[in-house]
Design a protein around this ligand. Structure first.
Ligand code: OSB
Ligand code: MG
Length: 371
């Protein structure tokens, strides 16, 4: 049985080193919801990947806070958990809200692993001690500004660059980027910004992209399946894959030949591993996406990306690409091999600066689970 004492929530605003602009908006400050679970003298931490507004998904920091407080905490008080893998069944009466559930499941995995003195990546069957890094570059004010951003990250040793695109910031931008970086490992992410039939999508085939991520509406699996037959650039899904059910459906329909796995989007680490396994069984490569996480969420992503079928570069960058001072320590750094090493300690392998969290949080809550 996993011994559970109290569950605590913290909401903190962390300014980003650089504003992050996508087809759906711009973030300058990352509002983060952190979950702390205590039990038998050990602690586990989880980060909720929801943003301040419902732009990437319908969840927000506030909806996740409420769902955890009013619905997940009561279920935790009633149920008994032998392993973090039992958590999805416990919270299955709650429909949707994958990010809220995933944040609590993450804290359970960390607590469970720390109680057993084992690193999380080993517990889930990871096969490597460092993961391939990649950097996701937002939409910039101008093409020269974008080229400068790319130079900056290439000079630091990032082995793969992902560019955010949208109608009007796509083909001409890619011409310029390929002009200066003919050999760079490059991919694009539209965050649902295109309509089927947009002529720009066929043009993408000229740029030798690793993949195009989520060109269409998150519910449009059929549109993606049609596109995948029409272009040679591999189609990857992000927003559309909200569960193992949806992943099976997308693969069956041929809506994607690559999957971006984010444990928060799919409802937790258990579901993420399940999607990894079913993609592996069909020979479909996966990679780990990011949500501008702090070190808490990044550590979980790094552990996840040690699984064998994470065979493409991940949206996992060094801490200094996101925050001047992270809430978790030590910071993640890029190796000369373009990788991010897995921290060696038990659980997720990073420690949270709880004193700072208590000083700077805009909201906190504490609930006794008491078993
Ligand atoms: O679509 O992958 C995305 C960040 C916030 C919301 C959605 C996305 C992203 C990123 C950033 O691309 C990846 C990272 O954390 O480095
Ligand atoms: Mg994406």
């Amino acid at each position: 049985m996993i011994p559970l004492g109290a569950l605590e929530l913290f909401v903190i605003d962390l300014p980003l080193v650089h504003p992050f602009r996508t087809s759906f908006g711009e973030e300058r400050v990352r509002r983060v919801l952190l979950v702390k679970l205590s039990g038998e003298g050990a602690l586990g931490w989880g980060e909720c990947v929801a943003s301040s507004g419902p732009w990437y998904s319908y969840e927000t920091v506030d909806t996740a806070f409420l769902v955890i407080r009013d619905f997940i905490v009561p279920l935790l008080r009633r149920g008994e958990l032998r392993h973090p893998r039992d958590f999805p069944a416990l919270v299955s009466p709650i429909r949707g809200h994958p990010m809220a559930k995933a944040a609590v499941e993450a804290a359970l995995w960390d607590l469970h692993c720390r109680l057993n003195g084992v690193p999380l990546w080993r517990e889930i069957g990871g096969v490597r001690e460092e993961v391939t890094a990649g950097v996701s570059i937002g939409i910039q004010d101008s093409v020269p500004a974008l080229l400068e951003r790319i130079r900056h990250f290439v000079a630091r040793g990032y082995p793969r660059v992902k560019l955010k695109v949208k109608p009007g910031w796509d083909v001409a931008v890619l011409e310029a980027v390929r002009g200066e970086f003919p050999e760079l490992a490059l991919q694009v992410d539209a965050n649902c910004a295109y309509r089927p039939g947009d002529p720009a999508l066929r043009e993408f085939d000229r740029f030798r992209l690793l993949l195009v991520e989520q060109p269409f509406h998150y519910e449009d699996l059929l549109g993606h399946a049609r596109l995948a037959r029409e272009i040679s650039t591999p189609v990857c899904l992000d927003e559309s894959i909200t569960s193992p059910h949806r992943a099976r459906e997308a693969l069956e329909l041929g809506a994607c030949s690559v999957i971006n796995i984010k444990q928060g989007r799919v409802g937790g680490l258990t579901a993420a591993v399940e999607i990894h396994d079913l993609a592996r069984d069909r020979g479909v490569p996966v990679w780990c996406g990011g949500m501008l996480e702090t070190g808490v969420g990044r550590a979980l992503n790094v552990a996840l990306a040690t699984l064998p079928n994470f065979s493409l570069p991940n949206d996992i960058s060094a801490t200094d690409r996101y925050f001047r001072e992270d809430i978790a320590h030590p910071p993640f750094a890029l190796t000369p091999r373009g990788t991010i090493p897995v921290p060696p300690g038990p659980g997720i392998g990073v420690e949270v600066d709880e004193a700072r969290l208590r000083r700077e949080s805009r909201a906190t809550a504490r609930f006794e689970i008491g078993r």
